[in-house]
Design a protein around this ligand. Structure first.
Ligand code: GAR
Length: 202
């Protein structure tokens, strides 16, 4: 067995996708270890999930008078000390600048609850639900992609999965279906990239 990959997971909220990663690491589905969980929000439930799993949980707020670039550089300094193989954005709701991204080329992976080039940014599921009600779309989806630059929920796509929307759906039932799809797609995609890492040369 190869050495487990080191993951740093950045979150801003509930952390259900973090939980999927933690569970997959624990049961051996992912040959990886979450070495730190970082949240920009103090009350993110994902921090509790990390602590419950015995993983370092860090609240990393932006300081008053700190610019975005300064915050991102300070965050990169911290994350670098964790020696991550990959940085996973699992519900991280801040746009990262090159002050962070330049430290981890091809190592930052984002999850977004929509298909490529649709509904970037916040409230993607709600916006897809509304677009469906207006007859503009027939389905939505989920994607996992690399984050090369400041483009919002945009970058080389690693995996996508279509999520059906049904006539009888409420926003809540659609959200549940999207999140269930995310939990599986994120873990499966991480599994693939971690396996590739063994044969890829950096
Ligand atoms: C997930 O749906 C994730 O795709 C989304 O935030 C949610 C976090 O849920 N991310 C974005 O919208 C990024 N633009 P979680 O905290 O339960 O994992």
């Amino acid at each position: 067995m190869n050495t487990p990959s080191r993951l740093v997971v950045l979150i801003s909220g509930n952390g259900s996708n973090l939980q999927a990663i933690l569970d997959a690491c624990k049961c051996g589905e992912l040959n990886a270890q979450v070495v730190s969980v970082v949240s920009n929000k103090a009350d993110a439930y994902g921090l509790t999930r990390a602590k419950n799993a015995g993983v370092e949980a860090i609240h990393f707020p932006k300081l008053e008078n700190e610019s975005r670039n300064e915050y991102d550089a300070r965050l990169a300094d911290y994350v670098s000390t964790c020696l991550p193989d990959y940085v996973i954005l699992a519900g991280w709701m801040r746009i990262l600048t090159s002050s962070f991204l330049s430290h981890f080329p091809n190592r930052v992976v984002n999850l977004h609850p929509a298909l490529p080039d649709t509904f970037p940014g916040t409230h993607a599921i709600e916006r897809a639900f509304e677009a469906y009600q207006r007859g503009e779309i027939e389905h939505t989806g989920v994607m996992v992609h690399l984050v090369p630059d400041e483009g919002v929920d945009n970058g080389p796509v690693l995996a996508t999965e279509v999520v059906a929307i049904h006539k009888e759906d409420t926003l809540e039932t659609l959200e549940t279906r999207v999140h269930q799809t995310e939990h599986v797609l994120l873990v499966n995609t991480l599994k693939k990239i971690l396996e590739e890492k063994v044969t890829r040369s950096y």
